[in-house]
Design a protein around this ligand. Structure first.
Ligand SMILES: *Cc1c(COP(=O)(O)O)cnc(C)c1O
Length: 462
């Protein structure tokens, strides 16, 4: 070790060492040195806030950082040792249930999860158990459950495969970019455990018509006697529409909506690692899935796939709900819609693009997407994505789902921390890229397996 190793980490001899890749070193290094080396290794990750492909939070105020630090040692599962953290989780459940108009928000069941994926698994399992219990009671076979969805996020494919449920994902058409109440009926039978509309579809950014879907299922029940519940995947929309478009009826105001999931770490504005799943009524969560925690004297069910889990994100969620209030969330989301629409207008002005999703808060999430409509363009959206990467922007360019896969879109998801200034910087960089392509034409072919396609079918960075 160099003499000055303790003064300046870059004076340390360890700075000439290779960082371990396959084997743990016998001898370690100073924490300062190791810290700087690890921090440097992260440099290539890029700037998270310039990642306009993700739906997840990349901006937090200082208080959130402090809370995360305060809560480093809090294990969410240990409700006995950390009853205060458990209490804040419980408050979040009831506040979110209330936000979604649960008829009995003070008493209903729900819990935090690591994200919407775990929440979706739990919602899916509850529907499967409920269906199975009913079929058993009626002495009917219960070995072929299926679930009906529109274009889903990958977590539902996981749910179906992991828990042995047939996935009936209704394919899209050019004139129908999501699940609707008519096509859905062709896919339903007595073995359907539930229908899952997505409130904020990953690929299209749209809200699927939950109310119409519920009405069609009400009618189906009258005709055939099948009582098929709805679980809404509101990973994004669950923390947007209640503030910005409270008149869209998609939640527990619809009696057929049995459960809803959302990602606290998306538009819930909490740091990564928290989701929520809430049931309409306590009875909607099958008893045999619940492990009751009775030493708190409350009725908080333990119902999760994980055991130990960090508590900081949940405490931060509580802080954010309390600090921002409904007005705060509304103001943040409204700014995002406004800036999304602004970018959309600027993109259209450039002449090469046509909007695919226009950032209308009545239709979907604060995002904007476009296709390349100029047939003479000497570049593809993948090329544009690649070019923007040089300026630090990460923008999803991806082909749509089967049946309409020839549609290639570029999509921006606007999130907390995005401003008009950033929007204009982005637009300038797009113009700069177009000027470059004008002088240096690259390619004219867009295919889904284009080498520059860094995004998978979830529309997120791989
Ligand atoms: C992001 C997303 C998910 C998965 O959520 P995570 O919180 O990342 O686990 C599920 N469904 C939809 C619609 C999503 O947008």
């Amino acid at each position: 070790m160099a003499i000055h190793g303790t003064l300046d980490p870059y004076a340390s001899g360890d700075m000439r060492r290779d960082l371990p890749k396959y084997t743990m070193p016998n001898t370690g290094m100073e924490s300062d040195t190791a810290f700087n080396l690890v921090k440097d290794a992260l440099l290539l990750d890029g700037v998270a806030r310039q990642n306009l492909a993700t739906f997840c939070q990349t901006w937090s105020d200082d208080k959130v950082h402090k809370i995360m630090d305060l809560c480093l040692d809090k294990n969410m599962i240990d409700k006995d040792e950390y009853p205060a953290t458990a209490e804040l989780e419980k408050r979040c459940v009831h506040m979110i249930a209330d936000l979604w108009n649960s008829p009995d928000a003070k008493n209903t069941a729900g819990c935090s999860t690591t994200g919407s994926s775990e929440a979706a698994m739990l919602g899916g399992l509850a529907m499967k158990f409920r269906w199975r219990n009913k079929r058993k009671a009626e002495n009917k076979p219960y070995d072929k459950p299926n679930i009906v969805t529109g274009p889903i996020q990958v977590c539902w494919e996981k749910f179906a495969r992991y828990f042995d449920v047939e996935l009936r994902e209704v394919p899209l058409e050019h004139d129908r970019l999501g699940l609707d109440e008519n096509i859905m009926l062709d896919y339903i039978d007595e073995n359907t455990i539930g229908v899952v509309p997505t409130f904020g579809v990953t690929f299209t950014c749209h809200y699927e018509p939950v109310a119409a879907i519920c009405a069609a299922l009400d009618k189906l029940q009258e005709e055939k006697g099948w009582d098929i519940p709805v679980h809404v995947d509101a990973a994004s929309g669950g923390f947007i529409a209640p503030f910005v478009e409270p008149d869209i009826v998609w939640d527990f105001r619809l009696p057929r909506v049995m459960s809803i999931n959302t990602s606290g770490h998306k538009f819930g504005l909490a740091p990564l690692g928290v989701g929520w799943v809430i049931w309409r009524n306590l009875e909607d969560l099958p008893e045999d899935l619940i492990f009751w925690v009775n030493y708190l004297g409350g009725n908080m069910p333990t119902f999760a796939l994980n055991f130990s889990r960090p508590g900081g994100q949940i405490v931060a969620q509580y802080y954010l709900l309390t600090h921002l209030g409904r007005e705060g969330y509304k103001a943040i989301m409204s700014n995002l819609y406004d800036n999304a629409q602004h970018i959309g207008k600027e993109m259209v002005k450039m002449g090469d693009f046509e909007l695919f999703f226009d950032g209308d808060s009545k239709k979907g999430i604060p995002a904007i997407s476009w296709t390349l409509s100029n047939p003479k363009a000497a570049y593809s959206l993948y090329d544009l994505s690649d070019r923007l990467r040089m300026r630090g922007w990460q923008v999803a360019a991806y082909s749509m789902l089967p049946n309409i896969e020839e549609i290639v879109v570029m999509r921006l998801v606007l999130r907390h921390g995005f401003s008009r200034e950033l929007a204009d910087l982005f637009v300038e960089d797009v113009q700069r890229a177009l000027d470059y392509f004008e002088k240096h034409p690259v390619s004219v072919v867009q295919t889904s397996d284009d080498a520059n396609n860094n995004f998978d079918h979830s529309g997120r960075t791989k």
